[in-house]
Write a protein that binds this ligand. Structure first.
Ligand code: HEC
Ligand code: CU
Length: 350
């Protein structure tokens, strides 16, 4: 049985293309596009390279021969109207190899993957164990040394094995750190453990990759890998800020301009600065003191700086929805004073 004219030269050509592509895949610098932050990123990139090499070989030979055979065995004008191609049956040798080779490849990939997965499950030497909890629409982080949670900023010290327990408080979310090559679904009622060791100081991203509601696209956190000193300083600053929560707030010291910047970061996903009825998740806050549609605050109190600051501190759950409290919005005393000054200034504008 003939394979076709020029079969062996074509095979050599495909092999050369395959070798060149394999070389490109092996040397391709993924880490220049998305940094490799530390374990397990390099291992996962190696696994990805290995799978790409195999996938590329399959692609080159399958597509190459497909095109080649389609051309050399095409229907000729001399063929009769009901001409059919050569029928091939019972090739046990061929069938053995096309079963054995893919099975071996899949087994190698499985062993490789399970080894990486296992290295992320074990917790030798409990250095920093913390929690990440998904919420609509933010990431909550809990640290062993902090009384309250931190939202949307994750800090970890460099060169330190971190054990991260991820879960969700409401719907399905997904924790993704592109630079660590780690992704895990955040499932209510299920705690999954991730383990990593960041090796490069810097500012990275954590992104929610599970469609979790209308504001899903805004669900991202900043991931700081700090030096040991910076991390220590950050932890004690957080602890101090959290301790301050019981101190009285000097509302008169509020700066409307600082409040405006903060509003853009922390409030505008839920509040417009239009009239009361212009709702996003919560009501519009543009005319909080003088809006015909808002005779009183949602709490029933008359609008006043003190009453507004009370809502910002304690949060409020009413018929419209849930207004998060100061811990959830990560507001310091000064932040609250600034926001109240800003909201007050909006009402004074015409
Ligand atoms: C997750 C969405 C969400 C975020 C973020 C949020 N709020 Fe709210 N807020 C609400 C909801 C919902 C209400 C209404 C609660 C109710 O009455 O049902 C509300 C109510 C309020 C009220 C009372 C309004 C009134 O008419 O009485 C004020 C003031 C307020 N928020 C300020 C803020 C500020 C300032 C921020 C930023 C630090 C902020 N909110 C962040 C959802 C949010
Ligand atoms: Cu989400």
């Amino acid at each position: 049985m003939s394979l076709g004219p020029g079969f062996w030269p074509v095979t050599i050509g495909l092999s050369i293309i395959n070798l060149i592509m394999t070389y490109v895949i092996i040397v391709f610098p993924f880490q220049h596009f998305v940094a490799e932050l530390g374990a397990p990123a390099p291992e996962i990139d190696t696994l990805f390279r290995f799978m790409s090499v195999i996938g590329n070989a399959i692609f080159v030979y399958v597509i190459g021969y497909l095109v080649y055979f389609a051309i050399v065995w095409r229907r000729r004008s001399s063929d009769g109207p009901d001409a059919i191609g050569v029928q091939i049956h019972d090739q046990p040798k061929l069938e053995f190899w096309w079963t054995a080779v893919p099975s071996i490849i899949v087994m190698i990939i499985a062993i490789f993957s399970v080894r990486i997965w296992a290295s992320m499950q074990n917790t030798p030497g409990d250095v920093l164990t913390m929690e990440a909890i998904g919420h609509q629409f933010k990431f909550e982080f809990r640290y062993p040394k902090l009384k309250d949670s931190v939202y949307d900023d994750m800090h970890v010290p460099v060169d330190t094995p971190v054990t991260l327990n991820v879960t969700s408080a409401d719907v399905l979310h997904s924790f993704w750190s592109p630079e660590l090559r780690i992704k895990a679904d955040m499932v209510p009622g299920l705690v999954q453990t991730l383990r990593f060791t960041p090796e490069h100081i810097g500012k990275y991203r954590i992104i929610c990759t599970e469609f979790c509601g209308t504001q899903h696209a805004n669900m991202a956190a900043t991931f700081y890998v700090d030096s040991q000193q910076t991390f220590g300083a950050w932890l004690s600053a957080q602890a101090r800020q959290q301790g301050q929560a019981t101190a009285p707030i000097a509302l008169a010291s509020g700066q409307a301009s600082a409040g405006q910047a903060l509003f853009g970061q922390k409030c505008s996903t839920c509040h417009s600065i239009g009239p009361f009825n212009q709702k996003i998740v919560g009501p519009g806050l543009g005319h909080i003191f003088n809006d015909a549609a808002r005779p009183a605050l949602v709490t029933g109190e008359k609008a006043s700086p003190a009453a507004i600051s009370h809502i910002l501190i304690s949060g409020y759950q009413g018929p419209i929805g849930v207004m998060p409290n100061r811990q959830a919005n990560a507001l310091s005393n000064q932040d609250i004073a600034n926001l109240v000054a800003y909201l007050t200034s909006l009402s004074q504008k015409k």
